[in-house]
Design a protein around this ligand. Structure first.
Ligand code: SF4
Length: 218
């Protein structure tokens, strides 16, 4: 546990600088130490009665935010409740116009840029345009030294790991599903159709980033 205290101290020093760099790029950004604080901050940022939706994200799940939204006073667009593929697609399209969209991020560069990889692009589309507000939940494990390393992290760590998660949905025919290693495939089952760098937030403060000292997601 002593080690954790030192890690938390280091993360705080670095994380607060990353928050300053996010703000220079017009993101609204916060550094918090724990998952519990991340949840509290996210709840503060979501107005009651908002229409809320989300992209697939272990980080959002891990802090308990989806549970809170499902129990709370919000209008929810939850594609996991769709009974058919058509209904699911319709919900994904509706989510593009929600009030608050929740998501994680695949990587962060220390100078304050986000890198995200997406299959059909609903998550990256929502990040770029549509929802009035986007809340990004991220652990310090997503932080890399520079943009090149952030892209590398997204491609070589986040995407092959995510493939293990989605493989249960039948997306199996990729090299990374078998080996765990990205081979830059062009398989029809690839989840890496879109690689998006968010280098500035426009309009300012539309994207709100909650960076926590604790590790979240992968
Ligand atoms: S092997 Fe294909 S699906 Fe897997 S991470 Fe690389 S590009 Fe993405």
């Amino acid at each position: 546990m002593v080690q954790n205290v030192y890690l938390m101290e280091r993360n705080k020093k670095i994380g607060e600088k990353v928050v300053i760099n996010f703000k220079k790029r017009f993101f609204e950004a916060y550094f918090v130490e724990t998952k519990k604080e991340a949840l509290e901050k996210a709840i503060d940022l979501i107005p009651q009665n908002d229409t809320v939706s989300w992209g697939g994200s272990m980080s959002v799940l891990e802090i308990g935010l989806i549970d809170h939204i499902l129990k709370g006073n919000y209008n929810v667009i939850n594609r996991d409740l769709a009974k058919t593929a058509e209904e699911r697609t319709a919900m994904l399209r509706q989510a593009l116009l929600c009030d608050t969209y929740l998501m994680g991020t695949n990587a962060i560069s220390a100078d304050g840029q986000l890198v995200n990889i997406d299959c059909i692009g609903n998550r990256t589309a929502s990040l770029m345009f549509g929802p009035k507000n986007v809340i990004v939940i991220a652990g310090m494990n997503k932080l890399t030294t520079n943009l090149q390393d952030a892209i590398k992290r997204a491609r070589e760590i986040a995407a092959p790991t995510n493939m293990q998660r989605v493989a249960g949905k039948g997306l199996r025919q990729t090299p990374c599903f078998s080996t765990g290693i990205c081979e830059d495939c062009t398989s029809k089952d690839s989840i890496c159709s879109n690689i998006v760098i968010t280098r500035l937030c426009n309009p300012p403060k539309r994207i709100k980033i909650i960076l926590t000292s604790e590790s979240l997601g992968f």
